[in-house]
Design a protein around this ligand. Structure first.
Ligand code: 13P
Ligand code: SF4
Length: 321
């Protein structure tokens, strides 16, 4: 029997006492070899609880940094440290400090797609699967600074009806590129299909508008985090689902419900950073114990408070094994 790439990865992971975590946007081979696959909240929860000495994070840098913040004594590796996130780059700690100075007393809610230094300036982090609960947990008369994603912020503001929420105008280039025009065209061409939309999408706002104006049937339009999509995929009765998020998501959805056809709204919605983690780099990472993720202790200690508050709030988001 030949020793495959996957056998070698699993074998090395055992030797290193390592757990492999993969985000839902990773390439199918990496998802298949991982111990846990999930969204950013689910994987943060796993990272906080695992016994392994080493965490190999197949995702983008802020996710691996979050794992390091939560499990500071463990070695955290990312197969390519250059796998960044265009959304996390839209705000830095200095900009956040200046914004806080303009709104004294406001609570800072940061999406988990931020650097450790921004998390250290944050009161409570959130992900797309618990952002509504996180905002709802803040006293109604306290102002909120929500950063960095404008589309997620607008979605949360709509659902909570919160008026005293200031939203940073950041966006993810992949999701902002899935626009209302693409969505309308696909929906018109597929009148029977359901729609799963990630709240970071530029089209999330258009989807709600289209639903309220009757162009898209409201009962078939769902705004969901990546794990929320997996649960909805298992439950759907539709024959076809149009998916508005990074295309790597299709793999988990198809696995969750092989009877349904899942199609991306925009086939070009590919996160080049997520795709920097290749099968070869994962193997190399385990062989050479690189690239190690480090966070200065003082930053990690401050950031941990906001991340721990995040993982306490919201229904546990699922991860697959
Ligand atoms: P989730 O929190 O839904 O996993 O999304 C993370 C992300 O980076 C979306 O682009
Ligand atoms: Fe960042 Fe967008 Fe890639 Fe998610 S899809 S990791 S938000 S660049």
């Amino acid at each position: 029997m030949t020793f495959s790439w996957a056998d070698e990865v699993r074998d090395l992971a055992k030797q290193r006492n390592a757990v492999i975590l993969a985000h839902n946007y990773q390439v199918p081979e990496v998802q298949a070899v991982a111990d846990h696959v999930g969204d950013s909240l689910g994987l943060s929860r796993v990272a906080a609880a695992v016994d392994a000495e080493v965490i190999v994070f197949c995702g983008v840098h802020f996710m691996a940094e979050t794992a390091k913040i939560l499990s500071y004594d463990k070695t955290v590796l990312i197969p390519d440290e250059k796998a960044g996130c265009s959304l996390a780059e839209t705000i830095n700690a200095e900009q956040l400090r200046a914004w806080k100075a303009e709104h004294p007393g406001a609570a800072v809610v940061s999406y988990v797609n931020t650097t450790a230094a921004v998390k250290a300036e944050t009161d409570i982090c959130c992900t797309s699967s618990n952002a509504v609960e996180v905002v709802a947990s803040i006293p109604e008369d306290q102002d909120i600074l929500f950063c960095p994603d404008q589309f997620l912020g607008a979605h949360v503001q709509r659902l909570t009806g919160r008026k005293n929420m200031h939203i940073w105008m950041g966006e993810c280039h992949v999701h902002a590129g899935i626009n209302g025009a693409d969505l309308k065209e696909r929906v018109m061409a597929e009148p029977e299909a359901e729609l799963f939309i990630h709240p970071e999408c530029g089209c999330a706002t258009s989807a709600l508008y289209l639903a309220s104006s009757g162009v898209v049937p409201a009962e078939r339009t769902k705004i969901l985090s990546t794990s929320g999509m997996v649960t909805a995929a298992e439950q759907t009765k539709a024959k076809k689902v149009l998916v508005a998020t990074e295309t790597g998501m299709i793999h988990q959805l198809q696995k969750a419900n092989p009877l349904v056809i899942f199609e991306p709204v925009n086939r070009a919605a590919v996160c080049k950073y997520m795709k920097m983690i290749t099968p070869e780099k994962l193997l190399n990472s385990l062989r050479t114990m690189t690239d190690e993720v480090t966070v200065p202790r003082d930053i990690a200690d401050k950031a941990r408070l906001s991340v721990e508050r995040m993982i306490e709030i919201g229904t546990p988001s699922r991860t697959a094994e």
